[in-house]
Design a protein around this ligand. Sequence first.
Ligand code: PLP
Length: 411
Amino acid sequence: MKGFATRAVYGDSKGKDPYGALRMPVYDGVAFAHEDSASLAQTFAGRKPAYVYTRLANPTVQDFEQRLQSLSGGLAVLALSSGMAAISNTIMTLAEAGTNIVTTKKLFGNTLSLLTKTFEPWGLSVRYVSMLDLCALDRAIDEGTRAVFLESMSNPQLEVADCAKIAAITAKHGVPLVVDNTLLTPYLFDSKKAGVNIEVLSTTKYISGGATSVGGAIIDNGNFDWRCSPKLAGGAERFGSMAFMATLRQEVFRNFGACLAPHNAYLQSLGLETLSLRVDRSCDNALVLARFLAEHPQVAAVNYPGLPEAGSHAVARQQFGARFGGLLTFDLADEEDCHAFMDSLRIIRRATNLNDNKSLILHPWSTIYAEYRPEERLAAGVRPTMLRLSVGIEDGDDLSEDLERGFNHHA
Ligand code: PLP
């Protein structure tokens, strides 16, 4: 198999453009005409692979899906309008009212909100455990469990659980393991190798090529026997290993309509081509800045899994190799200090996104977690003294100089 960067540039060329365009053009139309009504009927019945309507499938979107599939080594990929669409569509396909999913409070704020404020009132029970406590995880799974969900590196706590050990537990229970791999992407973390069954991604982040567009993806790694899933067992009889993807595409995804716009798919395919270059650069910068912050007298604590002294370092090194993502957090003396620090930066932007080409800083306590009570924020690992820094691909020296400016604001 060709290397990651080569596959990222060429894709798998399954969907060749009729004019030989080297880059799949943007098919920005809605409907696709058929020669006769029989062709339409056959396509609707699933007997003929053809396009009918862009909400269901589109050549530019499919080109992006095939590229992501070739990079991840998954069985099948579905692109969606956002990372939240990827997470919600996955859970709706696997679970239903009266069942439960097992997860952790160390999650991206909107994901936590999706579970507690959207799904729980619909009758899905959500069980929270620490993904670092494998015995607690094992005990929490029962016959009503439809999935275990976690982030390969959690945002913003940067917790790294041992996915291979978790996969051994979920496999023993016959429950699919779903991992949000947004902070690492398939380039840094091969979720299939770790035994993860479904990978979800916010492609808005690293994959979009620098915050060009919002998008998401669901990857079925092809390593779960869907006959074990009470909800998908019927689909498994009909579609075999494609039961999850077929049910997702033909029911939840089609009916909720969170499709990726063709233009965004084009931008995200473009992003994939340079993914490895940008990720390498942002990770290298992040390690330099983490060291700089760790040695700074005004910093109370730094969290970056790439630092050998970080609690997560050993597991992160074993799972991800030599690079640890572009996100880090650090704590200052108090909340006021955090705001003053942010306000004195000139290069690093104050914005709520991550894995952009630009470095971005955020105070999670007063922004993405503001909707939670203080004790809930603390339980999610978010402190008023904590800043989250997403490190971009600029010159590292310029970034450390900017951080120094932040420290000098009250000197
Ligand atoms: N998952 C993680 C880990 C995230 O950080 C985010 C957004 O920041 C999402 C999911 C949601 O992605 P989107 O904004 O594309 O819906």
